[in-house]
Design a protein around this ligand. Structure first.
Ligand code: NAD
Length: 254
């Protein structure tokens, strides 16, 4: 039905085999894409390199978006090796623990700023670097959560941060659409990943979401990957600016 055959794709955000980005990378590869895969730092490389090798990734590099020059270095390598990019997946987020666990109104300016920088502005920076490489159009994907638009208990400061991510996604879609560059947010239901383990009472959220979701089951990282691969394919060329719930319908329930 759809293919990513021959696409050059950058995947940012694999920490381990539970990562949403890993589900997406597997789907992109299964649909015929060539991959560039990054890891946060040396400690993460141990877990991510074998996964990148399993998918035959052509480019593998460290990328910590808080380190000056590292994002630029990744795009320089893509320019030198591929000369183009078709799809970008930004599947990263961060919030300092002390800010994430308190009330939103109590969060520090520094913590809020860091969360916005890693989780939102880095997406804009990557899109800006991808733009000249997407001469034939392309697709940029971010990963959001229902807490952007609804108050989800214990999601706290990441709510406003994800709201900003969804808005940034829409503005980027409007600004780049005439070049054939499409921008979307994927919005999975709760998934047991390392990032999610930083949220208080996350197991309760998983149980409640599964019980409330009309399908009575939560989406898997493979389900997220299937949606990501479709959105990145040429068959989805008329879709842009969306926030796509992949959550068994959880988000429509009260
Ligand atoms: N797990 C869920 O329930 C859920 C639901 C909806 C959305 N999301 C979002 O999905 C995305 C991926 O998270 P995940 O759940 O797969 O967890 P994960 O822990 O597997 O992935 C998070 C990634 O962010 C990366 N990261 C953090 N700080 C970084 C930095 N400074 N530079 C570069 N990378 C950095 C980590 O290295 C890691 O690879 C996040 O944006 C998260 O908010 C998660």
């Amino acid at each position: 039905m759809f293919s990513m055959s021959g696409q050059k794709v950058l995947v940012v955000g694999i920490a381990n085999q539970n990562s949403i980005a890993w589900g997406c990378a597997q789907a992109f590869r299964a649909q015929g894409a060539d991959l560039a895969i990054t890891w946060l730092n040396e400690k993460a490389e141990r877990f991510v390199r074998p996964l990148a090798e399993e998918l035959g990734a052509e480019i593998t590099m460290p990328l910590d978006v808080t380190q000056p020059g590292q994002t630029e270095a990744v795009f320089q390598e893509i320019t030198d090796r591929w000369g183009r990019l078709d799809t970008l997946l930004h599947s990263i987020a961060f919030a300092p623990r002390e800010d994430l666990h308190g009330r939103v109104v109590d969060c520090s300016a520094a913590g809020f700023g860091l969360a916005m920088d890693v989780s939102v502005h880095s997406f804009l920076r990557m899109i800006r670097l991808a733009e000249p490489l997407m001469r034939n159009g392309g697709c940029c994907l971010s990963v959001s959560f229902l807490g952007a638009s609804r108050v989800v208990r214990h999601y706290n400061m990441m709510g406003p941060v994800k709201a900003a991510l969804e808005s940034a996604t829409r503005y980027a879609a409007a600004e780049l659409g005439s070049q054939g560059i499409r921008v979307h947010a994927l919005s999975p239901g709760p998934l047991a990943t390392r990032a999610a383990s930083g949220i208080d009472h996350f197991d309760d959220l998983l149980d409640q979401a599964a019980a409330r979701a009309p399908t009575r089951q939560l989406a898997t990282i493979e389900d997220v990957g299937a949606m990501a691969a479709f959105l990145a394919s040429n068959e989805a060329r008329t879709l842009t600016g969306g926030v796509h719930d992949i959550d068994g319908g959880f988000s429509i329930t009260a």
